[in-house]
Design a protein around this ligand. Structure first.
Ligand SMILES: [Zn+2]
Length: 240
């Protein structure tokens, strides 16, 4: 990374010079429970780490400050996991993208660290792309299937389990309490996804999978797959 690739650490003058060729990276996280062993900022730390790694590979990438609140409805009763409504979250992403477009960057890349945001994010990018010329890409844990196949994972979903815990061990080991990591594979009742019954009601610990087998090495391996996928897509779209 250059002296700084973080927008929040740069001046108006720095950015006036850089913006026309810049690719703006927007990390989107969440503030929500992640079981007994991971901090509430897990999704935000992961999205920020991915953006910072991409910025080390793409010369004109600049990392924006992250969005730390999003759609966390399933944990709305667990302190302190605030949620935006899905409509507000989608509107927030759209307004940010439209505002960023006014500066005339070369491109905007949204990196999402919280899977529940994936659909509203996709719709926001579609609608904004109808209105602007700036190329907008979005990523939610790219290469996950490839990583699962390679390491034969069988997690129900990506939440506080082996993969998320491994990434956190790679990027913020100081915040991971591995001695409290648990293994829980909640069953999905028939009414799941056919009623208001959500993942939040199914897991006792707040973990979906086996956090006890996480390792920094696995986290680094998956981070490099994600960064490779993002950089390859950016290159294919002329954003490197
Ligand atoms: Zn998470």
């Amino acid at each position: 990374m250059r002296a700084s690739a973080k927008v929040a650490e740069l001046t108006r003058e720095d950015l006036e010079k850089a913006v026309s060729k810049a690719i703006l990276l927007l990390p989107i996280g969440a503030t929500e429970q992640h079981g007994p062993h991971l901090p509430l900022g897990t999704d935000t730390f992961i999205a920020e780490a991915i953006c910072e790694l991409v910025a080390m590979r793409v010369a004109d990438a600049l990392v924006l400050p992250s969005v730390p609140y999003s759609y966390s409805w399933v944990w709305r009763d667990i302190p302190v996991s605030p949620t935006l409504s899905v409509g507000l979250f989608e509107a927030l992403v759209k307004e940010l993208l439209l505002s960023l477009d006014r500066f005339g960057p070369k491109g905007i890349v949204v990196v999402n660290g919280h899977l529940a945001n994936a659909n509203p994010l996709k719709y926001a990018v579609r609608e904004v792309s109808d209105l602007v010329r700036t190329k907008v890409l979005f990523f939610s844990y790219p290469g996950l299937e490839r990583f699962k196949m390679e390491s034969q994972k069988s997690s129900l979903t990506l939440h506080a389990e082996e993969i998320e815990t491994s990434i956190m061990l790679a990027v913020r080991p100081d915040l991971v309490k591995m001695e409290k990591a648990v293994r829980e594979y909640p069953m999905k009742p028939h009414a799941y996804d056919r009623s208001a019954l959500s993942l939040g009601s199914l897991s006792i610990s707040g973990v979906f999978g086996d956090a006890t087998v996480a390792s920094a090495k696995k986290g680094e391996e998956y981070l490099s797959i994600m960064v490779d996928e993002i950089v390859a897509t950016m290159a294919a779209e002329g954003l490197t």
